[in-house]
Design a binder for this molecule. Structure first.
Ligand code: PRT
Ligand code: ZN
Length: 284
């Protein structure tokens, strides 16, 4: 019995999806043109699909699980369970207007034409804010609509902002944030559900590892108190004697987000020879 997972074949989520599976210890080949593959290192079968189709496959139980952008689910909700945020494919959906257009508040969009490939998300957003606007539904490249006179504004996904900028547009409202999520069919058999639990356990350990760093440093014994107060550690930092008397080596795990702040604090507290290493897996 294998767990079947659907991931994007090509596009912005393809690499992140294969990478998270590989880091979870799952091996597979994904040559071009491959539509499905059997993995090794875990009883998993992988389907390569278009992102828009993944929620349907999972809702219908053709795939047990899938990796897809939250924006796809928001646009067309399906009966699937969202199991885990995966921390890649991050973007946000924004409304943007020509850079010189006057815009102060959402009500300025009243009666305006907004081009988008996300009509349902946009409609809900406008309804929630009681703004009536005309929606122009496009299947892609909404960004050019204002410059060709088709629309007054756009609502699209943004990651770096380069596309909006190069089309002379500026963001004025954030409609939603999005990232890749792991979804699952709500009616899994006992075996499938237990395989999914094992996969989720592995994925969580990969994600915890990504968010943390392993830090090692040397310090004079007199600085240990100050240094351990800065270092949280999973329980508490490890302190080991060095061959040189009066010195210790201190090891700990720190979060990637406050990494620079911690390193600065450690230096001020007398730490030397600081090493920071990536962690492959982390089991809390
Ligand atoms: O072929 P398939 O249907 O599978 O792929 P697709 O072309 O529909 O999707 P793809 O690969 O473009 O995006 C897949 C998913 O990646 C989306 O559903 C989002 O969840 C996520 N994602 C993250 C993005 C972006 N960032 C993103 N920037 N999807 C699209 N974009 C587009 C955006 O629409 C705009 O055209 O990139 C442009 C803006 O990018 P910046 O960097 O210039 O701001
Ligand atoms: Zn698509």
């Amino acid at each position: 019995m294998k767990l079947k997972i659907a991931i994007q074949k090509q596009g912005r989520l393809a690499e992140g999806s294969t990478e998270i599976l590989r880091r979870a210890g799952i091996g597979f080949s994904n040559g071009p043109g491959k539509l499905r593959t059997e993995a090794y290192g875990f009883p998993l079968e992988i389907f390569y699909l278009r992102d828009d189709d993944i929620p349907d496959y999972v809702a219908d139980g053709v795939a047990d699980a899938g990796i897809v952008g939250e924006n796809v689910l928001a646009e067309r909700p399906r009966r699937v369970d969202t199991i885990e945020n995966l921390g890649f494919g991050n973007c946000h959906m924004s409304i943007a207007v020509p850079k010189n257009a006057e815009y102060n508040r959402l009500s300025d969009l009243k009666g305006k034409r907004i081009a988008t490939s996300y009509p349902n998300v946009l409609l809900k957003f406008l309804a929630r804010h009681e703004v009536e606007a005309d929606m122009i539904e496009l299947s892609g490249s909404a960004e050019i609509a204002p410059s060709i006179g088709l629309a007054d504004a756009v609502c699209d996904l943004v990651s770096t902002g380069n596309t909006l900028f190069s089309n002379g547009l500026r963001e004025v409202e954030t409609v939603m944030d999005s990232q890749a999520v792991l979804i699952a069919c709500p009616q899994l058999s006992g075996v499938q559900a237990s395989l999914l639990d094992q996969l989720v356990f592995r994925i969580r350990s990969v994600m915890a590892a990504r968010q943390n760093k392993y830090i090692l440093l040397n310090a004079p014994i007199g600085s240990v108190k100050r240094i351990t107060a800065i270092l949280p550690g999973m329980k508490s930092p490890t302190v080991m004697p060095l061959a040189a008397s009066g010195w210790v080596s201190i090891h700990s795990v720190i979060s990637e987000t406050d990494f620079w702040e911690i390193v600065d604090g450690l230096k001020r507290a007398g730490a030397e020879g600081i090493l920071v290493l990536s962690i492959d897996q982390m089991f809390a």
